[in-house]
Design a protein around this ligand. Structure first.
Ligand SMILES: Nc1ncnc2c1ncn2[C@@H]1O[C@H](COP(=O)(O)OP(=O)(O)OP(=O)(O)O)[C@@H](O)[C@H]1O
Ligand SMILES: [Mg+2]
Length: 256
């Protein structure tokens, strides 16, 4: 069987990130069609976009565990699950068979990592594509946000995919997002580090910065990471196939 590919569908592709609770219907369609056309072993993770971001901010929930009000937890989850069900329906209506997994399924018990990996691989071998999403999870002392990007990083170390594809609403990683016309074509982990941690703050910020932190960790286990525009079907399919992307390729470090 061909090795699995992990696809992160950005919240910026499937929602209007600056309009609370607004789906981006054409983005969802493009992604659903690309996944159907790719039709090889795939693990899909999607972001929460404007179904998660606004509420998380409103209630002060972040990646750090905190004791938020119970209504914060139920409201954010209900919202994220609404988006999730729209995305799942759209993909399955193209004939793709998904197995919906809430992230809590892989974060509740560290000891079962090997078992979990083997179970997920068996699902994939049977022609079912697992799908998960950025969510709110319970911790020892409260709740925290688990981002789709973080899930992708953990799955990459668990499943050793042939590549990871990050689809967003932009063409790739830009050295200078404000001034550059084109994204970087290919970059080594070392150079990303320089990019992310450069003291010039307003260069790589916010969402993309976090994604790059996860990207470094994925590339360090020897997995190539591709960034492409998830609103362009052909580009997304090309990236899933691992062809020279119309976007940015982060070369996985060769592991000794
Ligand atoms: N240097 C950069 N290169 C590329 N994009 C950048 C850069 N700096 C900032 N960005 C922004 O990062 C955004 C993508 O990250 P963002 O976290 O907003 O989206 P996402 O991951 O698709 O959404 P979600 O987190 O909801 O899944 C782009 O829309 C772009 O505006
Ligand atoms: Mg993001």
């Amino acid at each position: 069987m061909e090795r699995v590919v992990i696809l992160k569908v950005g919240g910026s592709v499937i929602t209007e990130k600056d309009k609370p609770f607004t789906v981006r219907t054409e983005g969802i369609q493009v992604v659903a069609e690309a996944i159907a056309e790719y039709s090889k072993p795939l693990f899909v993770v999607h972001g929460a976009g404007s179904f998660g971001h606004f509420l998380a901010k409103k209630y002060g929930l972040s990646r750090k565990p905190s004791n938020v009000k119970p209504e914060a937890v139920s409201e954010i989850r209900a919202s994220v699950l609404k988006l999730n069900s729209i995305v799942v329906d759209a993909i399955q209506s193209k004939g793709v068979n998904l197995y919906w997994l809430q992230p809590y399924a892989f974060y509740r018990d560290e000891r079962s990592r090997e078992k979990l990996a083997s179970l997920l691989m068996k699902l994939i071998e049977k022609g079912v594509s697992p799908l998960s999403f950025g969510d709110v999870i319970p911790t020892e002392d409260g709740f925290r946000i688990i981002s789709g990007d973080e899930i992708v990083r953990d799955l990459a170390s668990l499943l050793k995919p042939s590549r990871v594809v990050f689809a967003t609403n932009v063409d790739g990683i830009y050295r200078n997002f404000r001034t550059d016309k084109k994204p970087i074509q290919e970059i080594l982990v070392e150079d990303i580090k320089a990019l992310v941690f450069r003291p010039v703050r307003d260069d790589v910020t916010g969402g993309m910065k976090g994604k790059l932190v996860e990207t470094i960790r994925i590339a360090e286990i020897g997995v190539n990471v591709l960034f492409t525009n998830g609103l362009k079907k052909e580009r997304l399919i090309k990236a899933l196939k691992g062809k020279d992307p119309d976007g940015t390729l982060v070369k996985g470090r060769v592991v000794a």
